[in-house]
Unconditional design. Structure first.
Length: 135
């Protein structure tokens, strides 16, 4: 499908605003990015709303914590049936490996396709100066 090539960022505060965007663009957009702004305001209702309208979800929460915590969170997100979600690679190899294992295991248990797991290395807001002097 042509609309599988587009991901629309639902960077709004409310579920109502997000739903207006989904309804207006569902014929040309296949996947919707739900980031912290909307997710912290609407929770999983945002994921459910996108799915109800036939869209796929990229859950952009950049998970970063101890390996056990991120792996357990990944199981929950896998159960939501999201297309993909991301983790911050600065959590280290163990966190990334355990998260991947949790995703694959949970998807198999639930009979779901495992979501794509994306690693964020450096935020786009970090410039050379910040990278070299602050981090």
């Amino acid at each position: 499908m042509e609309n599988d090539k587009l991901i629309l960022a639902l960077d709004v505060n409310t579920l109502g605003e997000a739903e207006e965007l989904v309804l207006a663009l569902k014929d040309v957009v296949g996947t919707y990015k739900i980031g912290m702004q909307l997710y912290y305001g609407a929770g999983n209702k945002a994921v459910e709303m996108v799915h109800r309208h036939g869209g796929k979800v990229f859950l952009d929460l950049k998970l970063h914590d101890i390996p056990n915590t991120v792996a357990h969170a990944a199981r929950v997100l896998t159960g939501y049936g999201v297309e993909m979600f991301n983790i911050h690679t600065s959590g280290g190899k163990e966190m990334m490996s355990r998260t991947r294992e949790a995703v694959l295991d949970e998807a198999e248990k639930l009979g779901l396709a495992p979501p794509l797991l994306v690693g964020v290395t450096v935020l786009t807001s970090i410039d050379d100066d910040a990278l070299n002097t602050e981090i």
